[in-house]
Design a protein around this ligand. Structure first.
Ligand code: SIN
Ligand code: CO
Length: 389
């Protein structure tokens, strides 16, 4: 993707300009980001998803002014028929994993790394429906899918911002609106992390939230050190050879801190391990139970199937990414990593990006032992699978 081409999705600015001026910094309203956008799913289909066990869904219902009531899915069909005419919202997480047309929307955001994408959440709100003024810790693009929504944005918040007392919902006690717009289908609002916002449905309204994720510093530290510790032996310890005699035996002197700092630095600066951990962590699937492959994949059967016209597709619940380490490549697939020879670069890129893999585009890779092995392994692991014809 050329970062210097003006994009309709970004209101006519380029990806480079968007990243420089708005991303993680300030909001951007884009009228007709996707002109004449028509939601690929309707309210009934969204409600249908919320009946499913493996789909995460929530209902937020307002009773008078407040408090907001939160119910968690999966829901029973009759719960929807008992809802009032107004003032409720159904939110369904990760619809991109269940509806391919919704996953396709993500193609528009390829100017951002795919491992930064969290999911596409879709909400349906009855008139007046809102989840209350709040802030999120992640970047989000709010694309209006159907009907109209009134969006107000406000102040920058943080963990000190006062919230209403509510066991399950993080609703801001103070919301100072600074701007307000009514979004129609195809309009989109980008919000940086921590910006207060409040969206109220004008009529029956569907909103797509393309959400991003970034690990917290606490997550990076705890998960990376956990990962590192697998490679450390009990003998690797704090050492103080050549220490000077203690002046006061009860005092912790700063030379001890220096030793600790070098112990930390020695391990924390291992770039290979940091990369391996990060790739594995960022490709961990949201629903690991949906990334399972067949126990056995016979290479010969696998090849014959492809030669007879079978098509491989990425499991929509899988996450893939790759990186370079010297002359080798590292593939991250749904929380696992694998070193590969540099010659597989084009295959790797194709596996990560192509809609479908078949004899025509795999071509010579099927005669390459490493290439074949890689494809088989990804099928076994559940990240790739044969499309049902
Ligand atoms: C919604 O779609 O109702 C809420 C989306 C958000 O504010 O994050
Ligand atoms: Co939000």
């Amino acid at each position: 993707m050329n970062p210097d081409i003006p994009l309709q999705l970004l209101g006519g600015i380029t990806a480079r300009e968007f990243l420089r001026d708005y991303w993680q910094k300030k909001p951007l309203l884009i009228r007709q980001a996707i002109p004449d956008f028509e939601s690929p799913i309707d309210a009934d289909e969204l409600a249908g998803l919320a009946l499913e066990e493996e789909v995460e869904s929530r209902l937020v219902i307002e009773h008078g002014e407040r408090p907001w009531e939160l119910r968690r899915g999966p829901f029973a069909e009759d719960e929807f028929s008992k809802l009032p005419e107004r003032e409720w919202t159904l939110l369904v997480q990760a619809v991109d994993q269940f509806v391919p047309e919704v996953a396709e929307l993500l193609e528009n955001f390829r100017f951002l790394p795919s491992w930064r994408v969290d999911d596409v959440m879709i909400s349906f709100a009855a008139p007046g429906g809102s989840v209350g003024p709040h802030f999120d810790n992640y970047d989000v693009f709010l694309l209006q899918g159907h009907g109209k929504r009134n969006w107000k944005i406000g102040q920058m918040c943080d963990s000190e911002s006062p919230l209403l007392q509510h066991a399950d919902l993080r609703i801001l006690a103070d919301f100072e609106a600074t701007d307000e717009w009514v979004l129609e289908p195809g309009d989109m609002l980008y919000l940086p992390p921590r910006l207060a916002h409040s969206g109220v449905a004008v009529d029956d309204c569907m909103t797509y939230s393309v959400g991003f994720r970034a690990p917290s510093a606490a997550e990076v530290l705890t998960h990376f050190t956990d990962f590192l510790s697998q490679f450390l032996t009990d003998e690797e310890r704090y050492t103080d050879a050549d220490a000077l005699p203690a002046v006061d035996p009860h005092q912790i002197q700063h030379d001890a801190l220096d030793r600790l700092k070098s112990l930390l630095a020695e391990h924390m600066s291992d770039e290979r391990l940091l990369l391996t951990w990060f790739g594995q962590f960022m490709t961990e699937p949201r629903y690991p139970e949906l990334v399972v492959g067949p126990e056995e994949v016979e290479e010969q059967d696998f090849l014959s199937a492809l030669e007879e016209g079978a098509v491989l597709i990425r499991n929509p619940s899988a996450r893939l990414a790759w990186s370079e380490v010297d002359d080798d490549l590292l593939l991250f697939a749904s929380g696992q990593s694998r070193y590969l020879p540099g010659k597989l670069r084009e295959l790797l890129k194709m596996i990560c990006a192509a809609d479908a893999l078949h004899v025509d585009n795999l071509g010579p890779w099927l005669s390459d032992e490493d290439g074949r092995g890689l494809l088989c392994e990804l099928v076994k692991q559940g990240s790739l699978g044969f499309a049902d014809e």
